[in-house]
Design a protein around this ligand. Structure first.
Ligand code: ADP
Ligand code: MG
Length: 440
């Protein structure tokens, strides 16, 4: 595959995973510089984009290339000027929102699923909507990637927009704020910039951790902040960490940011993940059985964006192959990453094997060598090695103190069968499903 083709394939894969906005902002402006011997070099138009790609999307970029190339890869990012002109570049400075189209209407408080990881943040969001500027100012939401910070912030914006008061809402990413600021300096339009950034009733700034190290910008924003606060304009800020943890952020900003209400959004627990998947299915007009949703929910712990990406992939995959949405088919589409991120332990795997073959753990790990016990035992050796990366010694231990050569023999026997024997493939799949479902 040549580089261009590879890059196109990559973009196709990554688009549903990162969503159209990120896709446009980060991936369309980036190019694949080279790919050889497992080293992928991506050429980005700015240090900002480089950082974002690396920090926010590094893992999924790597996974996508590994899947496409069938080998493990390393990533390297370089900064290079490429043609980056988009419609956005022609836009004015960020402008207050007159229509709801600039605030992505997809993200509302109504379709934000509330669970134990985010209910405090949600309650704060409601309070802000009811009394913008007076209850919590600023509202500072922080948490890991893909836990719903942007969604909640835009939900606030949309709810205020839908309310009776005609408030001027400005939403922008830190990147946009920074770009507009830089442009304003270059074009000597600071007065315009200030007028615009300080005239709103509600200011929403996403991913404020990117203000780090930008001294001029911080100075400017400090005054914006003070002015907005003085006239009771509501500010909502998001960040992937607390103000204190943002490096190279002026102390006075740290204390301002922390001076309102600071709330973290945590990674959603299992039940919330299932509920979110259910909601996303409903949005798409699809219904997946609960077992399947549970499987998907157990494949990823923290990042809802990736969870959603996976869901979309699976739905598309099932449709393309005209398959029913059974947990069996779903687990096929979940593929390798599922196993790596699964928190199944060897006991769950072994008891899944036992219950599948209707034998006891004592028998499985015991000394007897009847036919009914040999296959389950070999499968156990294989699964523990493949799924949990257990060493042969360790496998020997958990299977009643067997010798490591015996384990190697059993494991390799199944390894050979797996590629050709559909029955064995089916059994493996069923056993894994059982183990996964028993974790939750
Ligand atoms: P963050 O800004 O924290 O990185 P986002 O707000 O962009 O994360 O959320 C990532 C994706 O997950 C979005 O598509 C969003 O709609 C979805 N999402 C996150 N939390 C929830 C939730 N509680 N309910 C419904 N969807 C959610
Ligand atoms: Mg975000």
């Amino acid at each position: 595959m040549n580089n261009l083709r590879l890059w196109h394939k990559f973009l196709e894969t990554i688009k549903p995973q990162v969503g159209p906005d990120n896709f446009k902002a980060y991936f369309l402006k980036t190019l694949l510089k080279s790919s050889s011997e497992g080293l992928i070099v991506l050429s980005t138009p700015s240090a900002f984009i480089k950082e974002n790609l690396n920090q926010r999307f590094g893992v999924i970029i790597k996974q996508a290339f590994e899947k496409l190339l069938g080998q493990s890869v390393r990533l390297e990012f370089i900064v290079k000027e490429v043609e980056t002109k988009t419609e956005e570049a022609d836009e004015d400075f960020f402008r207050p929102i007159q229509t709801s189209s600039l605030l992505n209407p997809r993200y509302t408080l109504a379709n934000f699923v509330v669970g134990s990881s985010n209910n405090v943040a949600y309650a704060a969001a409601q309070a802000v909507v009811q009394n913008p500027g007076s209850s919590y100012n600023p509202l500072f939401l922080y948490g890991g990637t893909g836990v719903g910070k942007t969604h909640l912030m835009l939900g606030i914006g949309n709810a205020i927009l839908a309310g009776k008061k005609r408030l001027k809402i400005t939403y922008c990413s830190s990147e946009k704020f920074l770009n507009d600021y830089v442009t304003a300096i270059q074009e000597r339009k600071m007065a315009d910039f200030r007028a615009k950034s300080r005239s709103c009733d509600v200011l929403l700034i996403d991913d404020i951790q990117f203000f780090s190290g930008r001294e001029g910008l911080q100075e400017e924003f400090f005054h914006t902040f003070n002015e907005l606060q003085a006239k009771n304009s509501q500010m909502v800020l998001t960040s992937d960490r607390t103000p204190q943890e943002i490096a190279k952020l002026e102390d006075r900003l740290k204390s301002r940011f922390a001076g309102g209400l600071m709330i973290d959004i945590q990674s959603p627990d299992f039940d919330t993940r299932v509920a979110i998947l259910q909601a996303k299915c409903a949005e798409q007009g699809t219904v997946l059985p609960e077992d399947s949703l549970k499987l998907i929910a157990s494949s990823l712990e923290s990042n809802i964006r990736e969870l959603e990406g996976k869901l979309v992939q699976i739905i598309q995959g099932l449709k393309a192959q005209n398959l029913p949405a059974s947990s069996e088919h779903v687990s096929k589409f979940l593929g390798r990453p599922l196993r790596k991120s699964l928190a199944i332990n060897h006991k769950q795997l072994l008891s899944a094997i036992c219950s599948y073959f209707n034998v006891t753990l004592k028998e499985l790990a015991g000394p007897r060598r009847q036919k009914e016990l040999v296959l389950p035992r070999h499968l156990a050796m294989y699964i523990l090695s493949e799924e949990l990366n257990f060493t042969v010694e360790k496998i020997g231990q958990v299977l009643g103190g067997r010798d490591h050569t015996t384990v190697m023999h059993g494991r390799d026997k199944i390894k050979k069968l797996v590629d050709t024997d559909i029955e064995v493939q089916k059994i493996l799949l069923k056993v894994k499903q059982k183990a996964i479902l028993s974790t939750n």
